[in-house]
Design a protein around this ligand. Structure first.
Ligand code: ATP
Length: 303
């Protein structure tokens, strides 16, 4: 038996049986997601989601190895706003997203969800209120239907199919050898990067949370896949608060606001049209991407 700490729950697994069964447990653990270093406060309450506003209030944060990422960082995201976070590698984009999910607590300042400090609410209720579409979509060795149901375990088959349809997965799933019953994951049918992303979006649609976090993969998609993923995303983010770490700037078309981070500081903040007019870092990124330069080159030059 081994134990891992997952949020407030201590999950115990008995490792008996075949190597294949062990492999399934390992996959399950991967799908569960990153470890949580923080514990619920004894008096933690259930988060009461309202519109889905986000606040970083004078946040200072350093990783355990001493590197400081944010110093006195403040950001207010009103409910329903779509905000894109861009900036060079190491600027703090993933750290920001991690603090919002309370993977770590800041050393100073507070992070709030609808005015409620994350340290005062249970992690289970916080996780239920945020749907994350991660860079890497982990798939179980199960049917594609079960893989999508992971977004909301109590969803009916019909609800899973509706979410798949909304995320533009339906066509490629119908074309699989056994449709929705086709096994995917490590020893199953391999799905393309764009298809996996759409499965991740279908999970998030099914979850129906007020806040969406998009942590976009750096790898480029072909233009057809990109278009399909973009349409799926539009369906997902409709009417919700969205915080997107975007590498493909096309993902941010129609967003209300862009924040450009550098060394943990906001160097530009405003509607995309204003940032274009200003001709600064965001505009430079946009122009480089429009010229079709490789994604990683763009990220490195952004500063
Ligand atoms: P990228 O575009 O490359 O993903 P980013 O803007 O998301 O970069 P972060 O991953 O948030 O940047 O990293 C911010 C800083 O914190 C970097 O200097 C990074 O090396 C450091 N860092 C990130 N994660 C950890 C960690 N788990 N432990 C220690 N330092 C970390």
């Amino acid at each position: 038996t081994f134990r891992i700490l997952h949020g407030s729950r201590d999950l115990a697994f008995a490792l008996v049986g075949t190597t294949q069964q062990f492999g399934m447990i390992a996959e399950t653990l991967r799908v569960i997601g990153p470890r949580h270093a923080v514990a619920d406060a004894p008096a933690a309450r259930e988060l009461a989601p309202m519109g889905g506003s986000i606040d970083f209030e004078n946040v200072s944060f350093a990783y355990a190895d001493g590197r400081t990422v944010f110093r006195n960082f403040t950001l207010h995201v009103p409910a329903g706003q779509r905000i894109g976070v861009v900036g060079p590698s190491g600027a703090g984009k993933s750290t920001l997203v991690g603090l919002l999910q309370r993977l770590d607590d800041p050393q100073a300042g507070r992070v709030l969800f609808d005015g409620q400090p994350l340290t005062a609410v249970t992690q289970d209720s916080l996780r239920a209120a945020i749907a994350v579409v991660p860079q890497e979509i982990a798939l179980f060795h199960r049917s594609v239907l079960e893989n999508i149901r992971y977004g909301r375990p109590d969803a009916t088959d019909e609800q899973v199919r509706e979410a798949a349809h909304a995320a533009r997965c339906d066509d490629f799933i119908q074309a699989l050898p056994e449709g929705y019953d086709t096994l995917v994951g490590e020893r199953g049918i391999k799905l393309s990067g764009g298809q996996r992303q759409r499965i991740g979006i279908a999970r998030a649609i099914l979850k129906d949370a007020p806040i969406i976090v998009l942590d976009e993969a750096t790898s480029a998609l072909d233009s057809h896949s990109e278009e399909e993923v973009q349409r799926a995303l539009e369906r997902l983010i409709h009417g919700r608060t969205v915080l997107a770490v975007a590498h493909r700037l096309s993902t941010l078309s129609g967003f209300d606001r862009i924040v450009v981070l550098k060394d943990g500081r906001i160097i530009e903040d405003g509607p995309p049209s204003d940032l274009h007019a200003r001709g600064g870092a965001f505009h430079a990124l946009w122009r480089m991407q429009a010229r079709g330069l490789a994604e990683d080159t763009i990220t490195r030059r952004a500063g």
